[in-house]
Design a protein around this ligand. Structure first.
Ligand code: PMP
Length: 296
């Protein structure tokens, strides 16, 4: 079965889907994106992803190319045409096509919209139950990583370094020793007195949609959650460490660089939050397609 992509108003087999060579997303990284998880045929935190897409576009002063309801209808159609039950949807919106020149085009141009879907969602449950290793990499990204732009080269380089170190993810550390997040997921630690800590949603991290949901679930379950920056030394001294993300869910980390986290086995808080998150996504019904924000 060939993959069907939505490209600027048309549904096309991916092999026939192209963007213009003067698309500003291609030339300047002048585009933003979202990745959402499809679980049992339904989107996870669909409204939250659309809300973040709207924010990213607004930060770059790109107009929303269509209503959230129209986005929902197209995403649903791409999922249907590709028969995705468990997988991901990729949404990219860019400023559009214009002769290459740094400033925004003076004339109004039509934003470029591409939506694709892929089968397969995340690492296996066995990987999560065993816990993963992360590599440590310098955070060399720009100052607005809260905007989900396609400018992902530093993330790709960090992830490649992780792959070469046989690690699941790359933990990004600033020059001052603080840990921001990982190359494609948010980072959390659990202290000896069981407080859960994650970096605040500033310009230094991408405010994860999974992060927001896990934070709500954790608070509902009575955990103390603190949003503050933490250092790599605190990670080494932590009781638990874990990651969250759309395709990762909640992933216990058992090794950071060459050091084990605590006793080197997945933490009970991380495993419990993972189960709570899985229960939440398993409980999604057709209302998940609504663009109004749902709560876990
Ligand atoms: N940080 C970065 C840098 C990411 O790329 C991602 C994945 N989009 C995340 C965090 C996790 O965000 P989310 O939970 O929305 O997938």
């Amino acid at each position: 079965m060939s993959h069907i992509a939505y490209v600027n108003g048309r549904y096309l087999p991916q092999a026939q889907a192209f963007v213009h060579i003067e698309d500003r997303g291609y030339q300047f990284g002048d585009a933003v994106y979202e990745v959402t998880c499809i679980w049992n045929g339904r989107p996870v935190d669909h409204a939250g992803h659309l809300q973040r897409l709207r924010r990213s576009l607004s930060e770059l002063r790109i107009a929303m190319p269509m209503s959230e309801a129209a986005f929902s209808a197209i995403i649903r159609e791409v999922v249907r045409r590709n028969r995705v039950k468990k997988g991901t949807v990729y949404i990219q919106v860019g400023r559009g096509v214009s002769p290459r020149n740094h400033p925004f085009p003076v004339k109004h141009i039509r934003p470029s919209v591409v939506i694709t879907a892929k089968h397969g969602a995340g690492p296996s449950e066995a990987v999560a139950q065993a816990g993963v290793k992360v590599a440590v990499q310098p955070d060399i990204r720009w100052g607005r990583v809260d905007i989900k732009t396609v400018g992902l080269l530093p993330n790709a380089l960090a992830k490649q370094a992780a792959v070469e170190a046989k690690a699941f993810e790359a933990l990004l550390v600033r020059e001052d020793g603080t840990v921001t997040e990982a190359s494609a997921s948010n980072a959390w630690l659990v202290t000896k007195d069981k407080a859960i800590i994650t970096h605040p949603a500033t310009n230094k991290i991408l405010s994860g949609i999974t992060r927001a949901t896990v934070m709500k679930l954790a608070k509902q379950a009575g955990y103390t959650v603190q949003e503050r920056a933490f250092t790599l030394d605190e990670v080494y001294a932590a009781k638990e460490f874990f990651l969250t993300g759309t395709t990762t869910f909640v992933m216990p980390v058992v090794q950071v660089g060459d050091r084990p986290v605590a006793n080197g086995s997945p933490g009970e808080t991380a495993l419990r939050l993972r189960q709570m998150y899985i229960d939440y996504v398993n409980g999604l019904g057709d209302e998940a397609w609504s663009s109004a924000v749902q709560s876990p």
